[in-house]
Structures are given as structure tokens and as C-alpha cells.
Design a binder for this molecule. Sequence first.
Ligand SMILES: Nc1ncnc2c1ncn2[C@@H]1O[C@H](COP(=O)(O)OP(=O)(O)O)[C@@H](O)[C@H]1O
Ligand SMILES: [Mg+2]
Length: 371
Amino acid sequence: MSEIKALKPTVEILYAEELAALEANDDGPKPKNWRLSPKAVRTFILGSSKPLKLKRKNVNVTKKFYGDDTLIERCIITLAGNRGLMLVGEPGTAKTMLSELLSAAICGCSTNTIQGTAGTTEDMIKYTWNYALLLAKGPVKEALVPSPLYIGMQKGIITRFEEITRCPAEVQDSLISVLSDKVLNIPEFGEEGLLCASSGFNVIATANTRDRGVNEMSSALKRRFNFETVFPISDVALEAKIIEGEVEKLIKNSNIDMEVDRDAAEILATTFHELREGISSEGSRIDKPSAVMSTAEAVSVYYQTLMSSFYYGDSKIDMSTMVQNILGSVLKESREDVDKLRSYFNIVVKGKSTKMGGNWKDFYEAKKWIK
Ligand SMILES: Nc1ncnc2c1ncn2[C@@H]1O[C@H](COP(=O)(O)OP(=O)(O)O)[C@@H](O)[C@H]1O
Ligand SMILES: [Mg+2]
């Protein structure tokens, strides 16, 4: 059988070697049924200072999350204490990434996931039935279709609940008894209808502050979770580095033979940062667009630009294409923000182009595309 290369490999596959090296060198105490100790989980996410040995090979554990290291420690401790973890923040602040990394390191599985939507029902969270079997045989075990929450409890692994606040509040509340008593009732099974969670089970939920919001979540459910807010990256150079790293990963997974231009990544990071913060590095006030100017969005703008240059251009990042892609991001929420972007170029980019020239000059000259 020919090997199928996944379009987006899971975290546990992507970092299989790092996880194996961490496991082989892990001498820290572990909570019950954890694959790695809290110490090693931290190293997996924040990187190790020196390579780890794995069967005479040196394995570098890369840094994957940039920002507040203590946030990572608090998240791991929350999970070690069997409390649910709720990651909240603006879109694109790496909440999903963090929940995948934590799950892969703790239980070796990052894909046991419920995606919250307005259409999520209580059945989807607990369990459903294979109706053909149910009609033929009644409520027998084989007729039950387990949800990711059910599987998490049964196997003692983590269930990820993405965008939980997009679900109706009463549906979210079906988690309350599972999180507090760690049992799930299956009344159809009669006396045997009690699923007790195995050690290692827990829930990591994510919620975007831009959605209906955590305010509408019931206080009973809120009490079952420890909340951690993930903030956008505040350092431009770091954001440029993340864009570069992420785009390099995307290039590796495609057939594109191009280098990431550090200078262009820095211009993009600066623009996103200044539009997000509403102030330029020179201190000029900027009217903020209502769209989310996240790092994830910047990565996508850069990758789009790079692909255009690769397939249609001369394999050099083209600033006109970059501006067109930035415009697409800025206008996602409101068409009227075109004026805000234009005035950002007229005031801030113009200044930087005069002062620094080079790519900034090309960037400024591409402002004709903002229309
Ligand atoms: N602090 C950070 N450290 C590392 N990468 C980050 C950070 N913030 C954002 N990113 C990048 O942006 C992406 C954010 O995507 P995602 O996890 O889907 O965000 P969210 O779930 O918060 O909307 C990550 O995959 C990563 O490439
Ligand atoms: Mg997300």
C-alpha cells in the first residue's frame, strides 16, 4: 500500500521523535495515566536547552509556544489536578495549538475533539445511537456511538472541546456533571448505565472572546474549569520569527522551493502589530480595523504572497501581492475599514519608507492597491 502523506499531520505524528525522546529521558513524577511528567510536558511546549538522547541520536525539542511561560505551567498543573482547562482569548492566539500540544504530550492523542457550533446538540457531546442496530437489537453496547467525551472518559485521555461558547448554553451545561462527578449516565443501559471516567481523562476547552462570549456561560460550568487567557504576541521581532517558522513548516509540506524573506516577514509583523494595537512604533495613533489582525492571519497572508510569487512571479516576495492580501484580511469584517488601512499607509508606512527605504519603500508604493 502506498504511503499517504497527510495534508496536516497531527501533533503526535509531527513531533513523534521529540515525544519519544522526552519519554525516554523522563524521570519526573507523573500523574496517573499520563504519558509524560508535567516537567516533560512543559519542555515539549517550551523547548529544551540541550538535545535529548534517543537511541544514540540527538533530538532537539523545539520551542513551540512563545509568550508567557508561566501560563503553560499553570495549564499543566490545572490538568494534573483533574480540573478542566478553559483557554480564552482573541482568535489566532494559539489556543487550539496549545490544546493540541498539551493533549499530545499528556495522552498521546490530540484528535479526540468536539467542535462546538451553533448546531451542537447534547447527544453529540454525550453519545448517539446507530439506529439500524438500535432497532434490530435494542439498546445494546454495540449500538451506542460514543462521542469524543465518552471516548475520553473510557480510555482515560483528554477530550478537546473547541469553541465551546459557540454552542447553546444549555448544551454546554451537559458537561457539568461529567466534570464534577466524572461519571456519565446512560439510562438506556439500566443498572449498568454508568460510565466512570478512567484516570487521565480531562477536558481542554477553547473559547474566542470575539464569539458570543464566556459571559453567557453558566456560572455552574465556569466553576468546573480553570480559566486561562492567552494574549496576542506583544513583541514584533518575535511575531516575525513565528511567521517565518510557520511559513517554513508550510513550505516543507508542499512542493514550493522558496526561502522565507526575513525582511518581508518583519514588515508584515509590524503592520499587523500596529493595526492590532492602534499605535505605531513612532507613537502615531492608528484607527484600528475591526478585523482580527492575528498572528495566524499574518502567517496566512505571508504564505499566500509567497505562493503567488512562486507560481506567477520571480520567486521573490512581491510587496504588491502582500498589500493585496493584507487588504483581504483587513476587510474581512467591514468594507469601510479600507479607509483605515489607507490612512495607516499614508501616515505610518510613508514615514517608515522615507526613514528605512528598501522593502518598506516597495511596500508603500503598493498602496495603490488599497481600494
Ligand atoms: N504565542 C504564540 N506562539 C507560537 N505560535 C503562535 C502564537 N500565537 C499565534 N501563533 C501562531 O498562530 C497560530 C494560531 O492558531 P490557533 O491555535 O488556531 O489560534 P486560536 O485557536 O487561538 O484561534 C498557531 O498555530 C501559531 O502558528
Ligand atoms: Mg482555535
